[in-house]
Design a protein around this ligand. Structure first.
Ligand code: C2E
Ligand code: MG
Ligand code: MG
Length: 698
């Protein structure tokens, strides 16, 4: 640290010493100046006295000496006895020697005779005096020849004074008088004074120095204390900065980790850890960019598990999740490094195959993937058999955009499902045509109700034994102004997918009830009219409420309605029992449609609150052609009898079929043999005449 005291001491000491030196020197100078002036004026007074009293006497003896030799001059001086006169005159004064010069600088007299004859023309003192200005000089002499012998160690002032004389009223300088005065005592006295003064000055300055030193020293101590405090604060600050930096580094890395985790979560499926739809799209988009640069080919495989919903519904979601993880691991084992496997939905996986080189590679991988499903999956000690359907789209063949390739692979996957599942299918342009047609249908269907293109037709159900009309089935018809007549098998699944089925189903229910009322009014009593229900309508939960409202508004009693639900729909529903029980509680009848296609077990069937089994028309078509179909039909009739359910055979077209069914004891029949589905009024006119004919026969 900067040592203020040391620097101050050194500097002050030097300055004080300098000041003391200068002051002493100045004081000494003034003292000597005063002494010189004083002694000079005394020498002038002395000269005045000499001029007045002696010079007129001695002047003649001093003239005309320029050419005289020193010896001559010495003799002349001795002869005039000036020395004695001057000696007397100076007795008791400080004058110890006198010299007289002519205007030419020749010493014509001196109290020391040896100096008579010296030439002082070049001496500055002499020059000043001869020009009218007296001048003095103080010198120290170790030895000095005075009047009264040699003096030792003396301070002597020599003064040159002009000697004036007045002649013809004019004053002139005749010569120069040099007076030597002994000022030793005075100088010693002055020196003594000087020493005291110097000591005094030095003392004052030293005191001043001491005071300042103490002040500075104190300041230095304060500064040191402050510097120390500052250093400690700095140290503390440094420490805190270090700590904060450390904390910040921790915070940053923590945040970075959180960001990475978030990024991971945003791009991965939490269940299987596979890339999700977002990451898949990014990867595919990157691959497509590379593809454009390298002119390669890639394939997108859309993998959908067949009937996975059944696993979830029957075994629970936890087993479903574990199964998905197991399937993922198996799929991953088959995926080449560099390819991407992603999960983009519940049971939907998608795979990007890079550098396929053509459809053969894609097909090979798809086959390998399908093969993975040949072995059962073990979950919770259960062996589960599952298959998958795979749709394949290829780039650049089918497009170079992510969404296009996914859509096309998806369409191909649907085709694979439609073809019987557990297979793969390449995308073809026909699929797009189909998809486009679906879009068109969807648009038209939405307007079909308001534009009166929809109608409900009714197909009779008759008693096998008597041929009596026991009921009818309401079947929806769409006669599109643009596309002509479209079968329900085409537009019902579409309406189910789009959710429009709710509106449609409600409309059918209303129309049917309205028709029953109209028939009643017209005198045709159709005991029960069956209405087909879609799975969506059942799942929605507000169906009982809706039915109650409709029945109230149309005045139709519940036993006049039968709800047909296909067997496979019931098998696929989670809470089918509760749902059916709610409907049954309303008092409406329930029928299991397309019986034989849904693999329901006997024990399951027994628990269902249904009253009717409708034997699927596929089996009826086999009567007379296929023994096993006949056996199945027989078994179904037996089952319904043993479960105390009514059995209805659908799609009875021939008399042979009818005869077979009559023999078996199937209670009701429905089919073209007894009447095609027709509009309500046509149904009315047909059956009114039939009934009245029967009555008239009776
Ligand atoms: P479904 O409920 O099994 O209806 C019986 C189908 O068999 C009807 O076809 C009917 O026209 C047809 N059919 C009746 N007798 C014969 C026959 O002797 N030979 C042949 N080959 N076929 C016969 P449709 O009307 O085309 O309906 C097909 C399916 O569409 C229905 O099958 C039903 O599942 C569904 N569906 C029809 N209308 C509705 C509706 O309003 N709502 C719901 N959700 N589905 C409906
Ligand atoms: Mg039906
Ligand atoms: Mg049916």
């Amino acid at each position: 640290m900067f040592n203020l005291t040391r620097y101050f001491s050194t500097l002050s000491f030097v300055l004080i010493a300098l000041a003391a030196g200068l002051l002493t020197f100045y004081f000494r100078h003034i003292t000597y100046e005063q002494l010189l002036r004083h002694e000079q004026s005394r020498a002038e007074e002395f000269t005045q006295v000499f001029e007045n009293s002696l010079w007129p006497l001695f002047k003649p003896a001093m003239e005309g000496t320029q050419t005289d030799a020193p010896d001559v001059l010495r003799e002349r001086a001795a002869s005039i006895r000036l020395r004695e006169t001057l000696s007397n005159m100076t007795r008791g004064t400080s004058v110890i020697k006198i010299k007289i010069y002519t205007r030419d600088g020749i010493s014509t007299f001196s109290t020391d005779p040896r100096q008579i004859g010296d030439n002082k023309i070049d001496n500055p003192g002499f020059q000043s005096a001869v020009n009218g200005i007296p001048i003095s000089e103080l010198t120290h002499r170790n030895q000095f020849d005075a009047f009264n012998g040699t003096l030792q160690d003396r301070d002597v002032i020599s003064t040159y004074v002009p000697i004036h004389s007045a002649e013809d009223g004019q004053e002139r300088i005749d010569g120069v008088f040099e007076v030597y005065q002994d000022v030793t005592a005075f100088v010693q006295e002055a020196d003594r004074h000087l020493k005291w003064v110097s000591a005094g000055v030095a003392g004052v300055l030293a005191a001043l120095y001491l005071a300042q030193f103490m002040l500075v020293h104190r300041a230095q101590l304060i500064l040191r204390a402050q510097a120390r405090a500052l250093e400690e604060t700095n140290h503390e600050l440094d420490h805190r900065v270090q700590e904060r930096t450390h904390d910040l580094e921790n915070e940053i890395s923590e945040r970075r980790r959180a960001e990475l985790r978030l990024d991971y979560l945003a791009h991965h499926d939490p269940l299987t850890d596979l890339p999700n739809r977002l990451l898949f799209k990014k990867r595919l988009s990157q691959s497509l960019e590379n593809l454009a640069r390298h002119q390669a080919q890639l394939a997108v495989l859309f993998i959908d598990l067949d009937h996975f919903k059944d696993v979830n519904d029957t075994l629970g979601h936890s087993i479903g999740d574990t199964l998905l993880i197991t399937i993922t691991r198996r799929l991953q084992s088959c995926i080449r490094p560099g390819d991407t496997l992603a999960r983009i939905g519940g049971d939907e996986f998608i795979c990007i195959l890079e550098h396929t080189g053509g459809p053969a590679t894609a097909l090979e991988v798809a086959d390998q993937l399908l093969e993975l499903f040949h072995q059962p999956f073990t979950v919770d000690d259960k062996q589960l058999y599952l298959s998958a359907s795979i749709g394949i789209s290829q780039a650049p063949l089918d497009g170079m955009e992510v969404d296009v390739l996914v859509r096309k692979a998806d369409a191909a996957m649907y085709q694979a499902k439609a073809d019987g599942r557990n297979r793969s299918h390449f995308y073809t342009n026909a699929m797009t045509a189909y998809a486009q047609e679906r879009i068109q249908l969807e648009g038209l269907l939405r307007d079909a109700i308001t534009s009166n293109e929809l109608s409900v037709h009714f197909q009779p159900k008759v008693e096998t034994q008597s041929g009596r009309l026991l009921g009818a089935e309401a079947l929806l018809r769409w006669d599109s102004a643009e596309l002509g007549s479209i079968p329900p098998t085409r537009f019902i699944p579409l309406a189910e997918e789009t959710g429009f089925i709710m509106e449609l189903g409600f409309w059918v229910l209303c129309e049917t009830c309205r028709q029953i009322a109209l028939w009643d009014e017209a005198g045709l009593h159709v005991p029960v009219v069956a209405i087909n229900l879609s799975v969506k309508q059942l799942e929605r939960g507000n169906l009982p409420e809706l039915l109650r409202t409709i029945m109230r508004e149309t005045g139709i009693t519940p036993e006049r309605l039968e709800l047909e639900i296909t067997e496979s729909v019931i098998m696929g529903m989670e809470d089918a029992f509760a749902m059916l029980a709610d409907l049954r509680a309303l008092g409406v009848r329930l029928a299991l449609d397309d019986f034989g296609t849904g693999y329901s077990s006997l024990s399951y069937l027994r628990k269902l609150p249904v009253q009717t089994l409708k034997i699927d028309q596929g089996f009826i078509a086999g009567i007379g052609k296929n023994r096993s179909d006949e056996a199945i039909v027989q078994a179904m009739v037996d089952i319904s009898r043993s479960l105390n359910l009514a059995s209805v055979a659908e799609g009875v077209e021939t008399a042979e079929q009818f005869a077979f069914l009559s023999r078996l004891g199937c209670e009701q029949v429905q089919g073209f043999l007894f009447g095609r589905p027709v509009p309500g009024d046509e149904f009315l006119s047909h059956w009114q005449t039939q009934v009245s004919a029967a009555l008239s026969v009776e």
